[in-house]
Structure formats: structure tokens, C-alpha cells
Design a protein around this ligand. Structure first.
Ligand code: PRX
Length: 694
């Protein structure tokens, strides 16, 4: 058994400068320069004085306790929740080192609890049943509704009872493919109540992507919706589900039951394909069910949910999360990073199809009994003022979105923002990708009227909750930096050989011990879990991101160091797009790389080599066909931004594609191509450079 390290934390020098200095630690020698001071945004004093954590000193003291005495620190955090059976100590047990045996992580050993009980029942029992849980805002202005915690409880119970009646129980997989309506978190919570494992698939993925996820998790039940409206578009989700089920059937997997929410503002019932022997309307299923359903108490380490995410190789992985650790981690980060207080109205614009919608829509806020806005639509419909209209309508105080949305709205100008008051806002957050300082400043000055701190939260599907983030009452902000680790997180900057770097340094980001909400395995594939996250740097969890730590200890994420593209905050594996492209009969080979993109952060740039019979450049129509192929194989989120016809690709003599060179060609960084003389055929680089943009 390993215990959490009690050594100095990675930016220990900040502590040591005002506690006992460690002689072998790097220490800050010089005062910050004038330029650095100008870039610091200290916490607003009125917010800081009332915050959960009121100063950097207090943060550092709490952080130190979270590492040195996890039993006390996390025991205290966990005491906010109901545990049917308490945990034993030590509160954490783990092995991160593959050389010593299988990677394993246990938090709250022996404890039993239930996520749904803690997100819903606990508040109703405490007398907060009439508090609004969801303020739902539909795609079209004027379409909205509200739901209290008690109403959520009733719906969850009816659904859980119905699920049991169709044979779904503990450990069974349920696929959820729904738009952002209250029924989506309700479906997740109903699974949690009875120990079923939900797998939410973003309702923008294609039938092929949905079916591969359903097959991988052998889903017996799919919960879906008739359709969704996003901006001016209507999507017939049930039709996509039917196609996915047919694809599963062709591979021998039978999906027994489909529950269909009748989303009438999106689609008429008559437009929805329906197979009575298999499909059930949500309302018909729930109406006869009892409004009470006992909670199933589950072991802290049993699986709560799986969520598929892209990596550098192979098909998307099913990241599996825990119960006790996930609850305490998502709940504590919500409380501290957003400085949540009763009375706040919180709005996270993420969809529950992504981890952000799991931890910061369904779970974290509800563990804290928050009132939150759920929005079905898109930021620019009917116009670019929609977000701020909603902020004013519901007096939103905590607002959380992605840099890509900020950049898209920034490009539309300030007028649509200034039309609305936004006076209710007291905190802004970002997630999903590095935020460029220009967008940060616009968010701060124009959206937040220079009044609201911005919490830049760095985390991943795998981390379950924020791992680097400022605390708004404590941390002086630097635009573009996710600042410092959350409690319990021990980040290190490693060089290529896996050595921990001290002081200001650039390298890759890894963690040397588990925090409560870290993923527990890749569902059904422990080997892939260990190979992906624990093999390259032995003894560490490897994030896949590059990072820089500056002279003040602030962390700056520099982006993925593997073959993953961060496109509008969505993770897209280059290998997935390549596999999709080569399914087209005209394509012989494809290589996909990221390219800087003003709005999306990174665009998807595809080099495509055609079968011999095709001439270059081919007809324009082929480009459209290839784009359609990717959209139908993965989904519109993976649409390539560029297709570059490539009669040849730069390869080593052993046939390996030199992606480094392709990245430079795509990004128009010709001067940084480096040595191309080792290529099997250096002339292909010339050809590609001369055809860029053709
Ligand atoms: O590259 C990092 C980037 O998003 C990746 C995780 O993607 P995903 O699992 O889809 O989760 C997104 C929402 C948590 C990371 O490996 N990323 C996420 N947040 C930030 C970020 N990059 C820089 N700054 C962030 N705040």
C-alpha cells in the first residue's frame, strides 16, 4: 500500500518562502517584474471576504493538509454527504506504479452511499424540496420551464421503477442519447439510484458512433428523445437511434428496449419512427409507476458511469468513474472553484454528453443543492445576445463556458452584450482548452464588466473534476493560466525521460498520486488503462498535455502532446478521422493533424492520398463526399476544416508518416520544417507546400 506523499508540493517554494524553507528546493529569488504584476488580477475584495477560501495563505494551508493528512481533509469534505456505511481509514489506498502490480485506486474503503440520494433526496429531506433544481430554457426564446428538487425526485423515482420493471438493475449499462432537457440529468440520476451504469453519448454523434459505444458496453436499454432543436436545425434523434440499433443487430447485439422522451417542441410524434414491440414513450412508461423508489446503497468503488473519450490510438475508450470519490471530488470542486453559495443561480453551457455536463451539471451542482439553468440551444440563436439575455432572465450569478464560445461571441462584437445588464454575474469560468489572453480579457472586461474573477479550470474526462484551477477568493489570476492544483492534486512537470523538473520549467503534465475523482479504469480493459496513462512515465498518471510552470509557480497548459485534436473544446483522435476517411473508396491514405483556428482553437486538417486512378486535384465534389463520410462515421463535430490533396505523404524510409512535418505544412510554418533529408522522398514536402490552399 502506498500512502499519499507528504513531501513538499510541486510549487513548494511558495510555501517554503513563508514557512521553513527547504534548502534543496528552488526558491523564488526575485520580486515579480512590473510587467508580471500588471498581468495579475487579484481577487475582488468583497468576493474574497465572503468566499469559502479567503486568501492564498488559507488555500496553501488547506492544500497542505489535503496532501499531508488526507484522512482529516477528505473526511471533513465527505462529511457533507450521506453515507449509509462509513469508510475506514486510511481514506485512500493506491498503486500508480505498473512495475509493482496492477494500477488501482481506492477512496473511502468499505463505505456505501448513493449519488442520486446525495444529489436529490438529501435536499428534499432537509426541507429544500421546493427549491428549483432546473430552470430549463429551450432552443427558442419563450420556451421554458422550471422543476424543483421534489419534482426531480418524483420523476427520477418513476423512471428508476420503470427501469427495474424492464429488467435493468445494478451493474447494467444504459445508453443515454438525449438533448439538454431536464429528462437527461433525470435519466442519469435514475441509473445512479439503482446502480445501473450510464453511458451518455452526445446527441450530435452519428449512428455509427452511437452503435459502437452501445456495442462496447452491451447496452440493454437506450434512453432517447424524439428530437432536438439546435438553432434553426432540427435533428430526428430517434431515427439516429434506430439506425444505430440496426447496426448493433448486424453485429449480433440486440438492444431490448428504447425509452423515448416526446420532445414536442422539437418534433411531432408522427415524424418519429416507432417500433411498438421495442419502443416506449417516456410519459406512458412513467405515469403508472410509483413516485417513490428505494435507493440502492453501493460500494464507494463500484462504477457510477462510463463516458467514451478519444485518445491517440484506437477507438474511443470507456472512462469509468467511481461513486464515493467521484461524489466528493465533483462536489468539492463545485463548491470551492465556483465559490458556490446558497442563493446563487448557476449556468454551465456544456452538454451532458461531455464530462463537463456530468460533473458540473448533473452531479457537482446537485450535490450542493444548487439552482441551475439548463439550455437546449446554441449561443448564437436567434442572435449572439442569447446567452446574456438568459443571464438577465434568470439572474445567473455563476457562468461557466468554453473559450471557443467566448471567441465566437467576441467575433460578433460588443453590441449584443451591452444590450443586457449582466449585473447578476459574480463569477465566470472557462473549460476545455487553453484560453488565449485576448479572449480572457474580453470575457473579463466586456462580459464581466471587469468585476468578476475568471476561473480557468483545467481537467479531463479522466480526472472527473477540476485538477488545476484558481479559487476565486484566494488566487490572483493570470490570463491564460489555470493557476494551481485543487486540493489533493499533486501535479508534476516531467521532462521527456520522466524526470520531475523543479522551479520554472516546460515539459509534460503528470500527477504523482490520486485525488478522489480520478477515473478508476477503462471499462473492461484494465490493460488499456495502464498502457494509456501509466506506462510512459512509470509511477505517474500521464495527462497527455504539455505544460509550463512559470517563475511564480503558475501552471500554463500548452495543449495535447499526443495525436488528439482539441476542436472547439472537443477531443477528436486524429486516428479516428483518418479511419473514417479511408472508408471512402477513393482514399488510399489519410493523415490528420491539428491546425491553429481562430474560433475553434484547433481545426482538423486532413492530408488525403487518393487511389491510383484519380488525378490531382480531383473534382470539388469529392471533398464534399469525404466530409460527408466523416460526418456520418463520427458526427458533425469531427468535420475536417481542410482537406489537402496529397499525391505523397512525408514518410521515413521505414514508412512512418512524419506528422511533425505535416503539422508545420498545415500551420504554414515552412521555416520550421526541420531536417527533411531523412525522408524516403523529400520532394513530397515541396509538392505539399506548393499546393497548400489549393
Ligand atoms: O488538453 C486539455 C484540454 O482538454 C483536454 C480534456 O478534454 P476532455 O476530456 O474532453 O475534457 C474537457 C473538459 C474537462 C485536456 O487534456 N483542456 C481542458 N481544460 C483546459 C484544457 N486545456 C487548457 N486549459 C484548460 N482549462
Amino acid at each position: 500500500r502506498c500512502s499519499v506523499s507528504t513531501g513538499p508540493c510541486f510549487w513548494g517554494y511558495r510555501f517554503w518562502t513563508h514557512s521553513q524553507a527547504s534548502p534543496h528546493r528552488w526558491m523564488r529569488q526575485a520580486l515579480p517584474t512590473a510587467a508580471a504584476v500588471a498581468d495579475l488580477f487579484p481577487p475582488p475584495p468583497d468576493l474574497a471576504s465572503k468566499a469559502h477560501v479567503t486568501s492564498q495563505d488559507e488555500y496553501e494551508r488547506m492544500y497542505r493538509q489535503s496532501i499531508e493528512d488526507p484522512d482529516a481533509f477528505w473526511g471533513d469534505q465527505a462529511s457533507s454527504y450521506h453515507w449509509e456505511t462509513p469508510w475506514s481509514t486510511p481514506i485512500v489506498d493506491y498503486n500508480f506504479d505498473v512495475r509493482k502490480g496492477p494500477v488501482q485506486i481506492t477512496w473511502f474503503p468499505g463505505a456505501r452511499t448513493n449519488l442520486c440520494y446525495n444529489a436529490v433526496d438529501r435536499h428534499v429531506l432537509a426541507g429544500d424540496g421546493d427549491k428549483v433544481a432546473f430552470l430549463w430554457e429551450g432552443n427558442d426564446p419563450g420556451v421554458s420551464s422550471a422543476m424543483t428538487y421534489r419534482q426531480v425526485q418524483e420523476q427520477v423515482c418513476r423512471l428508476a421503477n420503470w427501469m427495474k420493471s424492464v429488467g435493468v438493475g445494478k451493474g447494467d449499462d444504459v445508453t443515454i442519447y438525449m438533448p439538454m432537457t431536464p429528462e437527461l440529468p433525470i435519466a442519469m440520476l435514475a441509473c445512479a439510484r439503482i446502480g445501473a451504469v450510464h453511458s451518455v453519448v452526445f446527441a450530435g454523434f452519428s449512428a455509427a458512433s452511437l452503435s459502437s459505444r452501445m456495442l462496447d458496453s452491451s447496452a440493454k436499454l437506450v434512453v432517447t428523445s424524439s428530437g432536438v432543436r439546435r438553432g434553426p436545425k432540427v435533428l430526428n434523434l430517434k431515427q439516429i437511434v434506430d439506425e444505430a440499433i440496426a447496426l448493433c443487430a448486424a453485429k449480433g447485439h440486440d438492444v431490448g428496449t428504447v425509452l423515448v422522451e416526446d420532445h414536442q417542441t422539437a418534433l411531432n410524434r408522427s415524424d418519429v419512427p416507432f417500433t411498438p414491440s421495442r419502443d416506449v414513450w417516456w410519459h406512458d412508461a412513467l405515469a403508472p409507476q410509483p413516485a417513490e423508489c428505494p435507493v440502492l446503497w453501493l460500494d464507494s468503488e463500484e462504477p457510477s458511469f462510463k463516458l467514451y473519450t478519444s485518445g491517440s490510438t484506437g477507438t474511443p475508450k470507456a472512462v469509468q468513474h467511481s461513486i464515493g470519490g467521484y461524489m466528493v471530488g465533483s462536489g468539492a470542486t463545485f463548491k470551492y472553484v465556483f465559490d458556490y453559495r446558497p442563493g446563487d443561480v448557476y449556468w454551465c453551457t456544456a452538454d451532458c454528453g461531455w464530462i463537463t455536463g456530468h460533473s458540473y451539471v448533473t452531479y457537482g451542482p446537485m450535490f450542493n443543492g444548487a439552482t441551475q439553468v439548463l439550455f437546449e440551444g446554441v449561443p448564437t440563436y436567434p442572435d449572439a445576445g442569447r446567452m446574456w439575455e438568459i443571464v438577465d432572465k434568470y439572474n445567473v450569478s455563476l457562468f461557466y463556458t468554453a473559450p471557443t464560445a467566448i471567441r465566437a461571441l467576441m467575433a460578433k462584437g460588443d453590441e449584443q452584450v451591452k444590450k443586457y445588464s449582466r449585473q447578476s454575474l459574480r463569477l465566470l469560468g472557462t473549460v476545455g482548452e487553453p484560453i488565449n489572453p485576448e479572449a480572457w480579457r474580453w470575457y473579463h472586461e466586456v462580459i464581466g464588466d471587469s468585476r468578476c474573477p475568471i476561473v480557468d479550470t483545467y481537467w479531463q474526462t479522466e480526472t472527473g473534476a477540476h485538477v488545476l484551477a484558481p479559487l476565486p477568493g484566494a488566487t490572483a489570476l493570470k490570463p491564460g493560466s489555470a493557476t494551481f492544483p485543487f486540493f489533493g492534486v499533486q501535479p508534476v512537470v516531467l521532462d521527456d525521460n520522466g524526470n520531475e523538473l523543479e522551479g520554472p520549467a516546460t515539459g509534460v503534465l503528470a500527477m504523482k498520486a490520486p485525488w478522489p475523482s480520478i477515473m478508476r479504469t477503462v471499462s473492461g480493459n484494465q490493460q488499456r488503462f495502464e498502457e494509456t496513462y501509466f506506462s510512459l512515465f512509470k509511477g505517474y498518471y500521464f495527462s497527455g498535455d504539455g505544460c509550463r510552470r512559470d517563475e511564480d509557480g503558475y501552471m500554463w497548459i500548452t495543449g495535447r502532446v499526443d495525436d488528439v485534436i482539441n476542436n472547439s473544446g472537443h477531443r477528436i483522435g486524429t486516428a479516428e478521422v483518418e479511419s473514417a476517411l479511408i472508408t471512402h473508396p477513393a482514399v488510399a491514405e489519410a493523415a490528420v493533424v491539428p491546425v491553429p483556428h481562430d474560433i475553434k482553437g484547433q481545426g482538423i486538417y486532413a492530408f488525403v492520398t487518393l487511389m491510383q486512378e484519380h488525378a490531382y486535384p480531383p473534382e470539388e465534389a469529392l471533398k464534399k463526399e469525404l466530409i460527408a463520410t466523416v460526418r456520418s462515421t463520427i458526427g458533425p463535430i469531427a468535420t475536417p476544416d481542410n482537406i489537402h490533396w496529397a499525391p505523397g505523404l512525408p514518410k521515413t524510409r521505414s514508412g512512418k508518416i512524419m506528422r511533425r512535418i505535416l503539422r508545420k505544412i498545415a500551420s504554414l510554418e515552412e521555416s520550421q520544417l526541420g531536417d527533411v533529408s531523412t525522408l524516403a522522398d523529400p520532394s513530397v514536402v515541396e509538392t505539399l507546400l506548393s499546393t497548400r490552399g489549393v
